[in-house]
Design a protein around this ligand. Structure first.
Ligand code: MLT
Ligand code: ZN
Length: 479
């Protein structure tokens, strides 16, 4: 980094002129009408302000932008598709933080079907990355509801989980290499694509899940899998969460390598989707709980239907499953998945909700749901529990919708009471307060309780070593 004197923070116009020199007119937005969509999060929990959104076109420009901001003592907020559930990519409302959008860095640099790797830039949407992998005969085994908008940089910075974790792990498990602009403006070129590289601290894993507080991920090498040749999807209506768990145990014992998704939905959440999302309809008889199971295999001869029949016929007979529909076409498969993927949107349209992205050991999911239902009703009569999510990972989005006759603002004013009620149960079950959405701006206050002592102390030391002036995504992750 060039040795230049610090510019006082109040010299924002001079910094903006420097940023314009680096990224050009096309790469800089300063008009509030243009920056508005970058300053509010998807859930509309936070309305921030920013003097400028910078949109660099390449890694060298990102590095130059960071160097300029550091010299001015100005903080930066990295942003991908802005789909964070915890306000992780939104600037604060003090109006001094520069948003760095990676959206223009959207090239897939290489796909290697023999090494089974893709090298791509931070601004590629997850959907575009999946499509390119499929075209090359491969699968990028990461799928989340916001994949059409979410970008690889954000997906990795937040260690996204999603619908395939049960088989392939979280985003972190797919990362072989990274390119990162560090908080001092240096570029770390770590785009290795090795399966074995046992050479000291595993630096790349430090940036995955750091939510942009340690540097900006500009490119990555991700693992791919062979493209499935057989995919089968079933929607099961089940009478209880215990029955859903019993089904999960059956499928994971029968052939764990075939289970690509095992997703849970409640009857209430399904009702919201059917009511608010045009074009959706329920292919099974209504039930208090549903499970979506996807089996997949790269083997042409894999008889996944036989697996479904072997497990679901006895389940139908003994009442573990009350109804089931197997998708007969790609369109039906997509329609079943839509019922699951529109859950967040259905809840949003129904009214105000308080989200709890929690995880517990899979075996404890029924207990979690039973205890939370009782405790929530005692806390706020009429509250509607709308749990759904990745049951195969023990990750339940334990969301609560406002009581029908309550004002949204009055309901949201109690958000911490609801989150604390869930937190107490989850802690008792030895779970996590944030399974896949991260900590962001919403949950740093929970860190001392859940990750205090030596763990938080080590995190603070890492932060101080890499970003001593605290200019990378301030107010996120660490309290
Ligand atoms: C999902 O799995 O659909 C997302 O994580 C969304 C949510 O929690 O609302
Ligand atoms: Zn999820």
């Amino acid at each position: 980094m060039p040795d230049m004197p610090d510019t006082p923070i109040q010299d924002m116009p001079a910094l903006i002129a420097t940023l314009r020199d680096i990224v050009g007119d096309r790469g800089l937005l300063t008009d509030p009408a243009d920056t508005a969509s970058y300053t509010e999060d998807w859930r509309r929990l936070y309305q921030g302000r920013t003097p400028a959104v910078v949109r660099p076109a390449n890694t060298a420009e990102v590095a130059a932008v960071i160097q300029a901001c550091v010299r001015s003592g100005v903080a930066v907020v990295p942003q991908g598709g802005n789909t964070s559930m915890v306000g992780g990519a939104t600037p604060s409302n003090n109006g001094t933080e520069i948003v760095v959008s990676l959206a223009r860095m959207n090239r897939i640099r290489a796909i290697d079907p023999i090494d089974l790797t893709v090298t791509l830039e931070a601004g590629v949407t997850l959907k575009a990355a999946q499509t390119s992998a499929l075209e090359a005969g491969c699968l990028l085994p990461l799928s989340i509801s916001s994949e059409g908008t979410a970008q690889i940089g954000g997906v990795l910075a937040t260690n996204a989980g999603g619908n395939n974790t049960v088989r392939y792990g979280n985003a972190r498990d797919l990362v072989l290499g990274l390119e990162v602009v560090l908080p001092d403006g240096q570029i770390w070129s770590g785009l290795r694509r090795l399966r074995k590289d046992n050479t000291g601290y595993c630096l790349r894993q430090l940036f995955v899940g750091a939510e942009g507080t340690l540097g900006i991920i500009t490119a990555a090498v991700l693992k791919l899998a062979p493209r499935p040749r057989q995919i089968e999807v079933a929607l099961c209506a089940v009478p209880s969460a215990e029955a859903a768990l019993q089904l999960y145990t059956g499928f994971s014992r029968h052939d764990p390598s075939a289970v690509q998704s095992f997703e849970y939905m409640s009857g209430t959440g399904m009702d919201f989707v059917l009511r608010h999302i045009p074009g959706t309809h329920l292919p099974t008889t209504p039930a208090p709980h549903y499970v979506l199971i996807e089996l997949a295999s790269p083997r042409e001869a894999a008889d996944l239907r036989a697996s479904f029949e072997a497990l679901l016929m006895p389940a139908l007979e003994d009442g573990t499953v009350t109804d089931v529909v197997l998708a007969e076409s790609d369109a039906q498969r997509a329609a079943i998945w839509r019922l699951r993927e529109e859950h967040a949107e259905g809840q949003k349209r129904e009214g105000a909700s308080v989200k709890n992205d929690v995880s517990v050991p899979v075996s404890k999911v029924p207990e979690l749901l039973a205890r939370a239902r009782i405790a929530a009703e005692a806390l706020m009569p009429g509250i509607r529990m709308v749990p759904f999510g990745h049951m195969g990972d023990g990750n339940i989005h334990l969301n609560f919708e406002q009581p029908i006759d309550m004002e949204a603002t009055a309901f949201l004013a109690r958000d911490h009471d609801i989150m604390d009620m869930v937190g107490d149960i989850v802690m008792d079950l030895e779970g996590s307060f944030s399974a896949e959405h991260g900590v962001g701006r919403l949950k740093p206050y929970m860190m001392p309780t859940w990750r205090g002592g030596a763990e938080l102390d080590a995190m603070r030391k890492i932060k101080a070593a890499l970003d001593p002036r605290g200019l990378m995504n301030p107010g996120k992750v660490l309290p």
